[in-house]
Ligand binder design. Structure first.
Ligand SMILES: [Zn+2]
Ligand SMILES: [Zn+2]
Length: 264
């Protein structure tokens, strides 16, 4: 079995107490058949530090971008484009809109979101989109900026079934995190049943949002196994099938070559 953690913040894990180093985290993941990770950036200096921390590895790819919650400081769009063009970067983001935590930076978030999509189209790299309390503006900007040219994923999906439908119409993939395992997440499970298997991704968003039975503890890529097992039951397929199709979806969306890792 081959699982991918399609969204994690590998630089945000606890390397003081919980893990010896990045090798340790990736070994724990591999022991659960999680054999590839997409390490997602949230600021430009953070992107640089993350690449330094992780180094060049055959089982980790990177995104480059500025998170909607980090729009209190201005960043250089030309630098975003330059860094995003680096080898090893397979996606733009995470980008998007978060009106829940930082409504005061709405205008800047929208500007930044548009820039990420434009650069994504230019570089042919899909966008990783975060949205919270900003559904209509998120959909409008995706359409206005013609996101279908580069494609993308709505990560850590917590919207309803109708919103999932609109994203699917835009050619988007939809990624589910550990939240789908939470007891009070019935509406989200309904959306998860609705999304077709060939548009589905799984992620941890670690170090945040650990799935049941680790809820409240620090999350890590290994736990995408638990998300996948849960999703498999929801979708009525085996976990092996769910792993195979979500890994293929990941390959299709981000154009990464995993064949050298797929020996078994
Ligand atoms: Zn996010
Ligand atoms: Zn994230």
């Amino acid at each position: 079995m081959f699982l991918v953690d399609s969204h994690c913040h590998l630089d945000g894990l606890d390397y003081e107490k919980l893990h010896a180093n990045v090798d340790d985290v990736l070994a724990k993941a591999a022991s659960k058949d999680v054999k590839f990770c997409l390490a997602v950036a949230t600021t430009l200096p953070g992107y640089r530090n993350m690449r330094e921390l992780i180094g060049e590895r055959e089982n980790v790819a990177f995104s480059c971008g500025v998170h909607p919650l980090n729009q209190d400081e201005v960043y250089d769009v030309a630098q975003l484009r330059r860094l995003a063009a680096e080898p090893g970067v397979v996606a733009m983001g995470e980008t998007g809109l978060d009106y829940f935590y930082t409504p005061q930076t709405k205008a800047r978030q929208q500007e930044s979101f548009r820039h990420h999509i434009r650069i994504g189209r230019e570089l042919k790299k899909p966008v990783i989109v975060h949205t919270r309390e900003a559904r209509d503006d998120t959909l409008a900007i995706l359409r206005e900026e013609q996101v279908t040219d580069c494609g993308g994923v709505l990560h850590c999906f917590t919207e309803d079934r109708e919103t999932a439908g609109k994203l699917l119409d835009l050619g988007f993939y939809i990624s589910f995190s550990g939240i789908v395992t939470f007891r009070n997440a019935d509406a989200l499970r309904e959306a998860a049943r609705y999304v077709p298997l060939d548009r589905l991704l799984v992620e941890t968003d670690s170090p945040y949002l650990a799935p049941v039975p680790y809820r409240g503890k620090e999350n890590q890529p290994a736990y995408v196994r638990d998300v996948a097992e849960y999703m498999a039951v929801l979708k009525g397929v085996s976990v092996e099938e769910l792993a195979a199709i979500t890994t293929q979806n990941f390959v299709n969306l981000f154009s990464v070559d995993l064949s050298h890792l797929c020996s078994d």
